[in-house]
Write a protein that binds this ligand. Structure first.
Ligand SMILES: NC(=O)C[C@H](N)C(=O)O
Length: 398
């Protein structure tokens, strides 16, 4: 028998009489310890429960899905770190890393080969379908991806795939042709992370530059440097040092996760939800254009502080919402990288004639690009305003 068992299944445990086995206590979660029973035998009868059986003679089977990005790019010289092109296959990329045959059985597949700025709903759905298909066969999935929109793909996968198996995203900031390109090391670490049982039950992970972060919160903080992925308030989940994975906390998924089941059998077109970046002197006309000319079904505002928009903008938004029968959700996000927008910072009514402000939803801790995806998923499921508020309440907004 190989591969993991579902930890929630009942405890029925039997090992062959001839088995040579050992019991290991997994210390990653002191409150919910896992006892691993490892054995050597050719046959096994059954397994399950809080315990897991693993055969010492089998290795995890993991799959790398290539989608492009700088990690799959080539420049024309070894010092070129801008203006390069995606031009490397996932096969070539996997050949550039050290031998992993004692860590896992590795397979790979080219799903896409694009700069991540070209990603949209179609690419997200394609990747989602591929992962769903592969999760049945593999112990972990690794996705190579451009860093520019990696956080959006990570968040989308996090909200739409409910699995305890590791899904690990990685990329690079320097192309494959650059002196000290970071791609091969990042890919190597991501594969080791996806092969490890200690990575289970942690949701979608983003692994770059020795750090392991949660795809739910992590964001690209620097447009150029290698040390770019951060979640300032929530921190990293772990670190990778000298071929060892060091998690700081027991396995857990972020609070506020609510899974959205996508019906891949029918055509999905996630609704139009633009993001508007607020600034001093914002012209209300741009709000109207975003909503009316784009046919948007919702709007995300990167507000100037913790939900702050000029009074005239709030009044304009409230009137537009009234026009749509107060069904049009407007997410009050923030342009600041850290912090949050609490429910309490939004007025209940606006203007001298106290127009109700029901359509305004405080974002909580997510950034604008992640809240856009969350709102798209809510709208795709046909949720109403109060249900959407409830979901954003999971990240302390609403
Ligand atoms: N570092 C990178 O991967 C950036 C690249 N433009 C991308 O997102 O595809």
């Amino acid at each position: 028998m190989s591969g993991p068992t579902d930890p929630s299944s009942p405890v029925i445990l039997a090992v062959p009489e001839d088995a040579n086995f050992q019991i290991e206590h997994d210390t990653h979660d002191a409150e919910h310890p896992i006892f691993k029973i490892k054995y050597r035998s050719n046959s096994v009868i059954s397994t399950g429960g809080l315990s897991e059986i693993s055969n010492l003679d089998t290795l995890p089977i993991v799959k790398v899905l290539g989608t492009g990005g700088t990690i799959a790019s080539k420049g024309s010289s070894s010092h070129q770190t801008a203006g390069y092109k995606v031009d490397l296959t996932i096969e070539e990329l996997c050949m550039s890393i050290p031998d992993l045959s004692s860590t896992c059985t590795l397979e790979y597949e080219q799903v896409l080969n694009l700069d991540s700025k070209e990603f949209g709903t179609e690419e997200l759905l394609l990747l989602h379908a591929k992962i769903q298909e592969d999760l049945a066969k593999y112990d972990g999935i690794i996705i190579t991806h451009g860093t520019d929109t990696m956080e959006e793909t990570a968040f989308f996968l996090q909200m739409t795939i409910n699995t305890y198996k590791p899904i690990v995203m990685c990329g690079s900031m320097r192309p494959s042709t650059a002196i000290s390109s970071d791609g091969p090391m990042n890919l190597y670490q991501a594969i080791v992370i996806a092969s490890s049982r200690s990575s289970r039950g942690r949701g979608v992970l983003v692994a770059l530059n020795d750090r392991i972060g949660s795809g739910f919160y992590i964001t690209k903080s620097n447009a150029n440097s290698l040390d770019t992925f951060k979640s300032i308030g929530q921190g990293y989940l772990g670190n990778f040092v000298n071929n060892e994975i060091h998690y700081y906390y027991p396995a857990a998924k972020p609070l506020g996760i609510r899974y959205f089941n996508l019906n891949l059998a029918s055509k999905i077109d996630l609704p139009e939800v633009p993001i508007l970046f607020a600034h001093q002197g914002l012209n209300n006309k741009i709000i109207e254009i975003a909503i009316e000319q784009l046919g948007a079904k919702g709007l995300v505002l990167a507000t100037m502080g913790a939900g702050s928009m000029a009074d005239k903008s709030n009044e304009f938004i409230a009137k537009l919402c009234q026009k749509y029968g107060d069904k049009f959700p407007v997410i009050y996000s923030k342009r600041a990288m850290d912090g949050m927008v609490p429910k309490g910072s939004l007025p209940q009514s606006v203007g001298s004639d106290l127009i109700p402000f029901d359509c305004a939803i405080a974002l909580g801790y997510l950034n604008p690009q992640k809240s856009r995806i969350l709102l798209q998923l809510c709208l795709n499921e046909g949720l109403n305003l109060s249900e959407i508020k409830h979901i954003f309440g999971g990240v302390y907004g609403g």
